[in-house]
Design a protein around this ligand. Structure first.
Ligand code: ADP
Length: 218
């Protein structure tokens, strides 16, 4: 199914790239930009759906290898900042120089998800904060927004598959897969994905990753 879903989209993308090179009027160029942005959304949704399927059937494989934590975080921050300029992504303090073991691409996916959510659920605010702290046995990567926040009741539910806090589902688009996938990825690294939040004040989502490399499942 993965191939069947992805192939037509890849070919649409290629056609759009050809179209971009054509001599287009501004109006047409705007339409191409809009089409591209929707193609990307669809691409991400398909990716998420396939990940959920893989997770459910125990087929999500991790490629565990040593990597530089700082590099992973900076790449994620830069990518998301490049996509959205509504908020400034601010690194608080220093990111410790640290090599850890894990699947860099999957961890970056989880980090991207937290950053995108922080932006998405804090309309009308200016900044999102990234704070990385070295603890005794683990590293804590926190993403803080000053947005709508989450009630105590919902804080327990939002990690569930397809769960979305009801108040805002109609206003802010999403399918409720991101946190489920992110939590599974972090769990598979023997880490923890947690949240601290107050409605109306904002949220901090944090990833705890163990420093020791022992006991990884791949
Ligand atoms: P989606 O954003 O597609 O709904 P997620 O799984 O990423 O899916 O998030 C699940 C739900 O958790 C969201 O629908 C929202 O209600 C809540 N949520 C996630 N991140 C935040 C945040 N930073 N601030 C407020 N609510 C959030």
């Amino acid at each position: 199914a993965s191939h069947e879903l992805k192939t037509p989209l890849t070919s649409i993308k290629a056609y759009m790239q050809l179209l971009e090179r054509a001599d287009l009027k501004q109006v047409e160029r705007n339409l191409v930009t809009k089409a591209n942005s929707n193609i990307n959304k669809l691409n991400n949704l398909i990716g998420d759906l396939l990940d959920v399927t893989k997770l459910q059937s125990g087929q999500l494989r991790l490629n565990i290898a040593p990597f530089e934590l700082k590099k992973m975080i900076m790449e994620s921050v830069e990518n998301v900042q490049h996509m959205y300029n509504s908020h400034e992504l601010k690194i608080v303090g220093e990111i410790p120089d640290l090599t850890i073991e894990g699947d860099i691409l999957r961890l970056e996916q989880a980090m991207n998800n937290l950053l995108l959510n922080a932006i998405k659920y804090s309309p009308g605010t200016a900044s999102v904060y990234i704070n990385v702290k070295l603890l005794q046995h683990e590293v804590r990567i926190a993403v803080t927004d000053k947005g709508i926040g989450i009630s105590k009741e919902n804080q327990e539910r939002i990690f569930g598959r397809f769960y979305r806090a009801k108040e805002l589902s109609p206003v802010i688009s999403g399918l409720g897969m991101g946190l489920f996938i992110s939590q599974e990825i972090i769990n598979r690294h023997h880490g923890k994905l947690g949240v601290e939040s107050e409605p109306g004040k904002g949220s901090t989502f944090y990833i705890l990753l163990p420093l020791s490399s022992s006991g990884h499942k791949s």
